[in-house]
Ligand binder design. Structure first.
Ligand SMILES: C[S@@+](CC[C@H](N)C(=O)[O-])C[C@H]1O[C@@H](n2cnc3c(N)ncnc32)[C@H](O)[C@@H]1O
Length: 192
């Protein structure tokens, strides 16, 4: 199962993202910027004492927007060492923002149940474009489920085209979830 075409298949590959970030100055947000999703984020992720994980953060300004909005601990991971170094430099004076190089398919350095919310904007989509997409997406979703607390929330922003591939994986990996349609995007809100 692969969602990608020959031109998008590289979205599942580390070398593609490292090359891209080495040659592209950010910030760039896929799909939506923080202000347009903020009402939904505030609704499902209340501000008080929330530890939030953003998977596949890229050079997006989304997490900066969350901190400006009052969130106090936003941990960001990405498989690209190039973008993580750039973001660590950019935000060294913002202790609320942490950037860690990590593969979402293996987040073993995070303890089980250590995040209140996981936000994914475009990362599951990228993995679905690559080789072995079903296996990689399943590993990613299992890790998301592991690091979330009970009653944690998974906010998944993806293009509508990938719904038919994503739904069976979500049903397989998570016990209960509700679905929200937002403009031309799907937001999967997972309640563990
Ligand atoms: C489409 S971009 C989205 C970037 C950002 N979330 C946004 O909304 O603008 C996908 C991101 O996922 C990252 N990525 C792809 N596969 C990954 C993996 N296995 N683990 C962690 N990050 C990954 C890429 O490096 C890239 O930054």
């Amino acid at each position: 199962m692969t969602f990608g075409t020959s031109s998008t298949q590289a979205y599942g590959e580390t070398w593609y993202w490292n090359n891209r970030y080495a040659n592209e100055s950010g910030p760039f947000d896929w799909y939506q910027k923080y202000p347009s999703l903020a009402p939904l984020i505030r609704l499902y992720v209340p501000h008080n004492h929330q530890r939030i994980l953003v998977v596949g953060c890229g050079n997006s300004a989304f997490s900066e927007g969350m901190v400006d909005d009052g969130y106090e601990e936003v941990v960001n991971v990405d498989i690209s060492s190039v973008v993580i170094k750039a973001m660590q430099n950019k935000y060294q004076s913002r202790p609320q923002l942490k950037y860690v190089e990590m593969d979402v398919r293996d987040m073993g350095t995070f303890e089980a149940g250590s995040f209140d919310a996981v936000i994914d904007k475009g990362t599951l989509d990228s993995i679905l474009c690559g080789n072995n997409s079903r296996g990689n997406a399943t590993r990613m979703l299992e890790e998301v489920g592991r690091v979330l607390k009970d009653n944690g929330v998974y906010i998944l922003v993806l293009i509508i085209l990938s719904i038919s591939l994503t739904m069976p994986l979500l049903l397989h990996c998570f016990s209960i979830f509700t679905i929200l349609l937002y403009q031309n995007l799907l937001l999967g809100i997972n309640v563990m």
